[in-house]
Design a protein around this ligand. Structure first.
Ligand code: NAD
Length: 491
């Protein structure tokens, strides 16, 4: 069960079955679903469409190996994670190519995602042998308090299409480091990257004699049924999700019956506040990173540029110039710096937000027009003088559209930055240390970049507050999401 994807004389072959542990199998129903190249609208491959029989079998396997996997020495699990880091890195271009095909991102960006995604294996290989408890004497002199950490047990991971590799490795790596088996459900738009990872995992697990079932990868179009059935089973101990806030809320509700642990990485609506003393060269570089990384299809993408009136004109002129240099095309074609949007539906949602802003009185300085022809493309777009009531200031854009509004008083800028139901990322720019401290303290988000446009780091805790969810991925905090705390009272 394989498919070969080819463009510009480069090919990559990917598995198209279900990874039931280390076995790649077809769906018992015989059903498949198509995976489409969003730049051409052509079908890239047909993938096995898992149903109830498959995902319940994956949970049976995970539950069956949970004790054995938890008993693997920490050092052994660390070595396995290190091997995964190296194998993935060796095949970096294959992974990058698959992501450019199925998700659309430019090849160079896809290579960046492979490096970033692989790094979670290396980081958690190091954490696997460092995760510790504590010991202290009871203050009343009644004995000793010993605190240990244990793996929570079988995990379900549901991942989105925007970062098909990294959003999964940041869940798989800490789960494995903690000693948990994991069932992964990739987004139906982009299952191929995960299925290729399944091949790498099967090779490494065979070298280290890891029992089949520690990782299963379940492609399906039946996400709703999968989560309902798996979470109704008390053997599943945790769900970890990256995606939209409404689906996150559904999963939290579903987790109530069995009180499953949950981590939710949900939507964002990041503000990017630029004070009048900011270094505009740095601001422009960071603005392009924060807005255009992944074509704006990122939960930490800067949506709202809130700029001091004194520099707003220069900033807008320079941002418009940089956005007009962006070249749209197939992710695997030379010179492409902006790929397509993932689906026609998602592209239309972006166009609708832009049209609504224009109807409210905003003006375009570049872009804003859906191109003719194949592929779900939308151009790099800048909107200025966006009125407060425009939907685009309140909803996640998830595309290459920047909005610019101005301020004269920093407190007002911060209040507007925080005037959102989301609280994932926020950015602040200034050369003044006091303003920097104020922005760091008062911007209400799980992550704040000060004079930084790229903030993701496997060594840092990624996550949000408010409607952006809870739980952290990466950092020393990331492994704790997969551990239960046990207190032992010693005489
Ligand atoms: P989504 O939340 O619908 O899908 C994310 C994942 O959840 C996919 O694997 C999907 O198959 C699965 N899913 C969907 N419905 C489910 C259900 N009822 N039960 C269990 N799993 C389910 O997101 P989307 O449709 O891909 O994108 C829509 C919006 O979500 C975007 O516009 C963006 O706002 C947001 N989003 C956020 C992130 C992020 O990184 N936080 C990533 C992708 C999308």
């Amino acid at each position: 069960m394989k498919a070969t994807l080819t463009r510009n004389n480069h090919s990559v072959t990917v598995p198209t079955g279900i990874w039931m542990g280390t076995q790649c199998i077809g769906a018992s129903s015989g059903q498949q679903f198509p995976v489409v190249d969003p730049a051409t609208e052509e079908v890239l491959a047909h993938v096995a469409n898992a149903g109830s029989a498959e995902w319940m079998k994956a949970l049976d396997l995970a539950d069956g190996v949970a004790t054995t996997w938890a008993a693997f020495a920490d050092r052994k699990r660390s070595e396995i994670l290190t091997a995964l880091f190296h194998k993935l890195t060796q095949r970096a271009d294959d992974f990058a190519r698959v992501m450019s095909f199925e998700m659309g991102k430019p090849f160079a960006e896809a290579q960046g995602e492979v490096a970033y995604g692989a790094e979670y294996f290396r980081w958690f290989a190091e954490e696997a042998v460092r995760s510790a408890g504590r010991v202290n004497s009871a203050p009343a002199g009644t004995g000793t308090i010993v605190v240990t950490r244990e793996p929570v047990g079988p995990v379900l991971a549901i991942t989105p299409w925007n970062f098909p590799l990294a959003m999964a490795t940041r869940k798989i790596a800490p789960a494995l480091a903690a000693g948990c088996p994991i069932v992964v459900k990739p987004a139906a738009e982009t299952p191929l990257t995960m299925l290729l990872l399944g091949e790498v995992i099967a090779e490494v697990f065979s070298e280290f004699n890891v029992p089949s079932g520690v990782v299963s990868i379940i492609p399906t179009t039946g996400a709703k049924d999968l989560s309902q059935e798996l979470m109704a089973d008390a053997r599943l101990k945790k769900v970890t999700f990256t995606g939209s806030t409404p689906v996150g809320k559904t999963l939290v509700r579903q987790s109530a019956d069995n009180l499953q642990r949950s981590s939710m990485e949900l939507g964002g609506n990041a503000p990017f506040v630029i004070d009048e003393d900011a270094d505009l060269d740095l601001v422009l570089t960071c603005a392009m990173q924060a807005k255009m990384r992944n074509g704006g299809e990122a939960c930490i993408a800067a949506n709202r540029f809130i700029v001091h009136e004194a520099i707003a004109e220069e900033f807008t002129t320079r941002l418009t110039h940089r956005m007009s240099e962006v070249r749209t095309g197939h992710g695997l074609d030379e010179g492409t710096t902006l790929g397509p949007i993932i689906t026609a539906k998602q592209r239309d949602a972006i166009a609708e937000l832009v049209d609504d802003a224009l109807a409210c009185g905003a003006q375009l300085t570049v872009g804003g027009k859906k191109p003719e022809g194949d592929g779900f493309f939308y151009p790099a777009t800048v909107l200025v003088n966006v009125p407060a009531q425009a939907r685009i200031l309140h909803e996640e854009i998830f595309g290459p559209v920047a909005t610019v509004t101005t301020f004269t008083c920093l407190d007002d800028a911060i209040a507007r930055a925080n005037d959102t139901e989301f609280g994932l990322a926020a950015y602040g720019f200034t050369e003044n240390i006091h303003t920097a401290q104020k922005l760091a303290k008062e911007l209400k988000a799980g992550m704040v970049g000060i004079n930084r446009g790229a903030i993701s780091d496997p060594a840092a805790p990624f996550g949000g507050i408010k409607q952006s969810g809870f739980g952290r991925e990466g950092g020393t905090e990331g492994i704790e999401e997969y551990q239960s705390i046990k207190y032992i009272a010693l005489q």
